[in-house]
Design a protein around this ligand. Structure first.
Ligand code: NDP
Ligand code: GDR
Length: 338
């Protein structure tokens, strides 16, 4: 029997890698996409097959995580075996500007989806994209039992979604899991997250198209891994015998300054000649240090990060340089598992 998956956030970084992985595994994949006045499917265009083709296994449906009745009709129609809930307003700095909207999408969106599943009596496994931002000010290393102390409206909304997921598991016996993923990046990372902002700038500076890069806090430490590996962990959680919550991380951390030095160094550039400070990129409250302890994922799922942060920075710089050389017109669809 072909398994059927439903992915919210399929047009994002993780959604695109997850769709790729599930199609490779023979799944029929259904994705929720937002209607926009411009195309927003550039990360998944390479997976698209004409719907008139008999071999088609990827289906896209308009909808929005703020529209509960649409989630009910859509889930009823698709009847998936596995639901991966990745859609969110995912930018921490932006969540301070748009706290109510972030609560509506990143927080309430999850309960809308869980409630839609419950209302129609759908027998499916549910994955919630929880985040290391829930730990916030808690001291590293952080693991599944570390108490949450979110430092942003985004982090607070993710804590709400985490507990909603656990509550539906405990209250209704749903196979619902939280993947508590630490930062993961790739050539498909959104351009306003710090790693991609840095690697794009490195590519442009190396070509003489730009001279300066403005950043905020260089001293925050993050546990940065490689996104294609992290979507594999999502899938493994839903194949496990029983539902549980898992930290997914590399187990080591670097500061933003380290990442800058590695990325510039990889292109033969001296970062101190190009990087400038701009306080507009500071946050009202910062998360100083995140380092995940992925022991549970290793022992129960057999999952371990392969790519560490220095190699990740090199992968991203190389990809951005290639994309720039190709006129920045397309995404680089690097072959899995690299
Ligand atoms: P992205 O920001 O790249 O993608 C977010 C996705 O959510 C996009 O497909 C976006 O659609 C969609 N979306 C946003 N708002 C809505 C809405 N109202 N209705 C429907 N869809 C919506 O995020 P990532 O791929 O990096 O992350 C995936 C998930 O994992 C997110 O929930 C994020 O918070 C979480 N996470 C990410 C981590 C990371 O390091 N990447 C770490 C831990 C958790 P559109 O393309 O139209 O904007
Ligand atoms: P984060 O990622 O907030 O960890 O959330 P981001 O890349 O935005 O910031 C990481 C750190 O870099 C510092 N920083 C800057 N950040 C941005 N975006 N732009 C800058 O110019 C800049 N200068 C310094 C930040 O202050 C911060 O300390 C990401 C998102 O993907 C979330 O959705 C996810 O849940 C978490 O990772 C885990």
């Amino acid at each position: 029997m072909t398994k059927r998956a439903f992915i919210t956030g399929i047009t994002g970084q993780d959604g695109s890698y997850l769709a790729e992985l599930l199609l490779t595994k023979g799944y029929e994949v259904h994705g929720l996409i937002r209607r926009a006045s411009t195309f927003n499917t550039s990360r998944i265009d390479h997976l698209y097959v004409d719907p008139h083709d008999e071999a088609v296994r990827l289906f896209l449906h308009y909808g929005d995580i703020t529209d509960g009745s649409r989630l009910v009709t859509l889930l009823n129609q698709v009847a998936p075996d596995e639901v991966y809930h990745l859609a969110a307003q995912s930018h921490v700095r932006v969540s301070f500007d748009e706290p109510e909207y972030t609560g509506d999408t990143t927080g309430l969106g999850t309960i809308r989806l869980l409630e839609a599943i419950r209302m129609i009596g759908l027998e499916c496994r549910f994955y919630q994209a929880s985040s290391s931002e829930m730990f916030g000010a808690a001291s590293p290393p952080q693991h599944e039992e570390t108490p949450f102390h979110p430092r942003s409206p985004y982090g607070a909304a993710k804590v709400y979604s985490y507990w909603a997921t656990r509550n539906y598991r405990e209250a209704y016996g749903m196979f619902a899991v939280n993947g508590i993923l630490f930062n993961h990046e790739s050539p498909r990372r959104g351009e306003t997250f710090v790693t991609r902002k840095i690697t794009r700038a490195v590519a442009r500076i190396a070509e003489g198209l730009q001279d300066e890069l403005y950043l905020g806090n260089l001293y925050a430490a993050r546990d940065w891994g490689y996104a294609p590996e992290y979507v594999e962990a999502m899938w493994l959680m839903l194949q496990h015998g029983s539902p549980d919550d898992y930290v997914v991380a590399t187990g080591s951390s670097h500061t933003v300054r380290d990442f800058v030095a590695i990325a510039f160094g990889h292109a033969g550039l001296d970062w101190e000649k190009h990087v400038r400070f701009d306080d507009r990129y500071l946050r009202p409250a910062e998360v100083d240090s995140l380092v995940g302890d992925p022991s549970r994922a290793a022992s129960q799922l057999g999952w371990r990060a392969q790519v560490q942060t220095p190699e990740l920075a090199a992968i991203m710089v190389d990809a951005d340089r290639r994309m720039l050389a190709a006129n920045g017109a397309t995404w680089v669809h690097e072959a899995w598992p690299r």
